[in-house]
Design a protein around this ligand. Structure first.
Ligand code: G3P
Length: 218
């Protein structure tokens, strides 16, 4: 995956699931192509196939389970996600935390399947612990700022500095409350290699324009 990167997490946001996921992914892809920026979208498992059929930018599964093909009702096998054409996965998002052992197994299974892994963490110390499990990048997101209007880079720049100081084995992304060019610019100055964003794009009146603003700071 090309860094620096902006990953747009569609969550289960109404504007970003089902048919809306396809429309949104296509409009974000247009911005990625116009600007040449590295942009990926993280979509609901149920939206993987239609989004993968609609765009060529990297598509991530929002989660995978540490299972192979087989008797795993309701689980998401990384090998299936890869076979469908996804580039990678998010793991351990604040809204889908995993015990460390499960996270370690999930990272391994995802890598065995050939998926790129962005593993989330909620503090600098947690970022270090998560980085030691060997994901491709760690994304630090203070939970209390997720979905808010003040970005992590403005509200808690020290968290980003502490994280980039501690985590040396993999690149660091950050997220929570990211809304504009300046938020991204500060995050980059503090040593991060990109942004994990949701509401600032998915709930914007004009998601393409919102993404363009973030790319300007990249
Ligand atoms: O995964 C990104 C997310 O948790 C941040 O959400 O809405 O603050 O950009 P938001």
């Amino acid at each position: 995956m090309k860094l620096p990167i902006i990953i747009v997490n569609f969550k289960a946001t109404e504007q970003a699931v089902g048919k809306n996921a396809v429309v949104l992914a296509k409009s974000l892809e247009r911005v990625a192509n116009e600007t040449g920026a590295s942009v990926a979208v993280a979509v609901q498992a149920m939206d993987l196939v239609p989004v993968l059929q609609a765009v060529k930018i990297p598509v991530l599964a929002q989660h995978v389970d540490p299972v192979d093909f087989g008797s795993f009702t309701g689980h998401i096998p990384p090998a299936l996600v890869k076979r469908l054409g996804a580039a990678g996965t998010l793991l351990n998002h604040s809204e889908h935390r995993l015990p460390k052992k499960i996270l370690a197994d999930s990272i391994k299974k995802a890598h065995d399947a050939g998926l790129w892994v962005c593993a989330c963490a909620n503090t600098p110390a947690d970022s270090l612990a998560v980085s030691e499990l060997g994901p491709d990048v760690v994304a630090i997101e203070p939970p209390e700022l997720i979905g808010g209007d003040i970005s992590v880079s403005v509200a808690k720049p020290d968290i980003l500095t502490k994280t980039t100081d501690k985590v040396k084995s993999v690149p660091v992304l950050c997220g929570a409350g990211v809304k504009n060019t300046q938020d991204v610019r500060i995050a980059r100055k503090l040593g991060t290699q990109g942004i994990l964003v949701a509401s600032g794009v998915t709930k914007a009146k004009d998601p393409a324009a919102a993404l363009k603003q973030l790319i300007d700071g990249l």
